[in-house]
Ligand binder design. Structure first.
Ligand SMILES: Cc1cc2nc3c(=O)[nH]c(=O)nc-3n(C[C@H](O)[C@H](O)[C@H](O)COP(=O)(O)OP(=O)(O)OC[C@H]3O[C@@H](n4cnc5c(N)ncnc54)[C@H](O)[C@@H]3O)c2cc1C
Length: 420
C-alpha cells in the first residue's frame, strides 16, 4: 500500500490525512505537540476551572471545504449559532445597536430593507462592496471603497476578522475571495457557525478518531527534526523514534506553520510577517436574555473588543490584528477590554464594578499578515521536490489564513499526491 507521511496535525494536515486515507493510502501523521489542532484547539484552564479555546473561531455556512470536512468526521451536530444569517453589532461610543440580516436567496433584496441593512447606508454603498469581489490587483481594503457608514459598520469589521490585518495594509482581493464564497452567494452561505462546546471537540478529536478508524498511524510528541533530500526528492525524515525512509512510491505532505517549514527546508520562500490575535476569556455566564441570547455572538465597534462570544461558563472576546497591543500586560488588556464587555452586554451595575476571573491568550503568530508582500511569498502546494507537497493556511490558496483555507490546502495537497 502506498504510504503518505503527513507532518503536522493542524487542520491542514488533518484534512490531507483524511482525504488520503479515504482514497486508500496508508497514512502516518506526525505531530510535534502532545495534541492535535495547532492554532485551532481547546484546553482545560485549571486556574479558571473551565475549558477554553485558544481563540474564538467563526465559520460561515458557505465555507464548503470546512463543512465537507465536518460532514466527513460527523461533527455537524457539535456546531451552534443562529439558524439564519444574522450579524448583531453594537457601537460602544454611541450605544447604537443593529443587526445585519441578509435574506437567504441569491438576490440580495435585504439591501433594500431598512430593518435588514446597515443603518444610514445607501444602495450605492452596496454596489461598491460588490466591486471588491472583482479586484485582482494589489489594492488595499481602504482603497477599495469609500469610507462611509457601510465601510465602518460592516466592511471594516469583516475585513479585520477575515484578514487578521488592518485594512490599511490588508489585500482587498483576499477579502473579495471570502465575500464571493459567502455573503455574495446569498444568506444561505453566510449563516454563522461555531463550535458549541470546543474547537477540539468539534473539529479535531473526531478527525483523529476517524483517521484511526481507517487505520492511520497517528503519532503525537513526534516532531520531525530533519527532512533529507536526495536527487530532487525526500529520501528520509528524522523523528524522535529514529529515521524513516521514504519509499520510491511514497510521499510526504508538509503541513506545519511557515516558520517550521523553512526550519526543515530552508530553500522555501514562505510568509515571514505575522499578526497577533488576542482572546480574553472572562469567567461569567452569559445572560440567557441578554444581547448574546439570539445569536451567541456580537460585533463591537469603536472599542478595543471586536467580537464577543457566549461560551460554556465564560464570555470570550476576540481582538484581531493585535500586533500593537500584544505586548501589553494581561492585566492591562483584561481591564481595557472589560470596559467594552460590560457595556456591550448591558451588565447590571453591581457586576460592572469587578472584573471576573479571566485568562488572556496571546497568539503572537496567529496568521501571516495579509499584505501584498506576504501574499507574494505564499508558495504553491506543489513543491520543487517530486514527492513533497505543501499544505497550510499560508500556502497559495487564494484565501486569507482561515479554517477554510487550511482545510482546502490539505485537500489540494491530497489531490496532488493522489494524481502523482
Ligand atoms: C486566535 C485565533 C483565532 C482564529 N480565528 C479564526 C476564525 O474565526 N475563523 C477562521 O476561519 N480561522 C481562524 N483562525 C485561523 C485558523 O485557526 C488557522 O488558519 C488554522 O488553524 C491553520 O491550520 P494549519 O493546519 O494550516 O496550521 P497549524 O494549526 O499551525 O498546524 C500546524 C501543526 O504542525 C505542527 N508542527 C509544527 N512543526 C512540526 C514538526 N517539525 N513536526 C511535526 N509537527 C509539527 C504544529 O504543532 C501544529 O499542530 C484563527 C487563528 C487563531 C490563532
Amino acid at each position: 500500500m502506498r504510504q503518505v507521511h503527513v507532518i503536522g496535525a493542524g487542520l491542514a494536515g488533518l484534512s490531507a490525512a483524511l482525504s488520503l486515507s479515504a482514497a486508500g493510502c496508508g497514512v502516518t501523521l506526525y505531530e510535534a505537540s502532545p495534541a492535535a489542532g495547532g492554532r485551532c484547539r481547546s484546553y482545560d484552564d485549571r486556574e479558571l476551572g473551565i475549558r477554553i479555546d485558544n481563540g474564538n473561531h467563526l465559520l460561515l455556512s458557505g465555507n464548503k471545504d470546512a463543512f465537507a470536512y465536518i460532514a466527513e468526521i460527523g461533527s455537524n451536530a457539535l456546531f451552534g449559532g443562529p439558524a439564519l444569517p444574522v450579524f448583531p453589532f453594537m457601537d460602544i461610543k454611541s450605544g447604537q445597536r443593529w443587526q445585519v440580516r441578509p435574506n437567504l436567496g441569491r438576490i440580495p433584496w435585504w439591501i433594500f430593507a431598512r430593518g435588514r441593512r446597515v443603518p444610514d447606508t445607501r444602495l450605492s454603498d452596496y454596489l461598491e462592496v460588490r466591486a471588491i469581489a472583482k479586484i485582482r490587483d494589489d489594492k488595499l481594503v481602504t482603497d477599495a471603497m469609500r469610507r462611509g457608514k457601510l465601510y465602518w459598520r460592516l466592511v471594516e469589521p469583516l475585513a479585520v476578522a477575515a484578514l487578521n490585518t488592518r485594512p490599511q495594509a490588508g489585500l482587498a482581493r483576499l477579502l473579495g475571495a471570502v465575500l464571493r464564497e459567502t455573503l455574495f452567494k446569498g444568506g444561505r452561505a453566510c449563516i454563522p457557525r461555531f463550535p458549541a462546546d470546543g474547537l477540539s471537540e468539534a473539529l479535531i478529536d473526531p478527525a483523529i478518531a476517524k483517521l484511526r478508524e481507517r487505520g492511520a498511524d497517528v503519532r503525537f510528541n513526534s516532531r520531525v527534526h530533519t527532512i533529507r533530500v536526495d536527487a530532487g526528492r525526500v529520501s528520509s525524515i528524522r523523528t524522535p523514534a529514529g529515521q524513516i525512509d521514504i519509499g520510491p512510491e511514497d510521499a510526504v505532505v508538509l503541513a506545519v506553520p511557515p516558520w517550521a517549514a523553512t526550519d526543515l527546508l530552508p530553500s522555501l520562500t514562505v510568509p515571514n510577517q505575522f499578526e497577533a490575535i488576542l482572546n480574553l476569556h472572562y469567567k461569567l455566564e452569559a445572560d440567557p436574555e441578554g444581547p448574546l441570547a439570539e445569536t451567541g455572538f456580537l460585533g463591537v465597534l469603536s472599542g478595543t473588543a471586536q467580537w464577543i462570544f457566549a461560551k460554556k461558563g465564560h464570555i470570550s472576546v476576540t481582538v484581531s490584528a493585535a500586533n500593537e497591543m500584544v505586548d501589553d500586560s494581561a492585566d492591562e488588556l483584561a481591564a481595557v477590554v472589560w470596559l467594552d464587555v460590560r457595556d456591550a452586554l448591558n451588565l447590571p451595575l453591581e457586576m460592572k464594578r469587578e472584573i471576573p476571573p479571566y485568562r488572556v491568550v496571546k497568539e503572537k503568530r496567529a496568521t501571516f499578515a495579509a499584505t501584498p508582500l506576504q501574499e507574494r511569498r505564499r508558495p504553491d502546494a506543489r513543491s520543487a521536490l517530486s514527492n513533497l507537497t505543501l499544505a497550510g493556511d499560508w500556502t497559495n490558496t487564494g484565501l486569507p489564513a482561515t479554517i477554510e483555507g487550511a482545510i482546502r490546502s490539505g485537500r489540494t495537497a491530497a489531490r496532488i499526491v493522489l494524481a502523482a
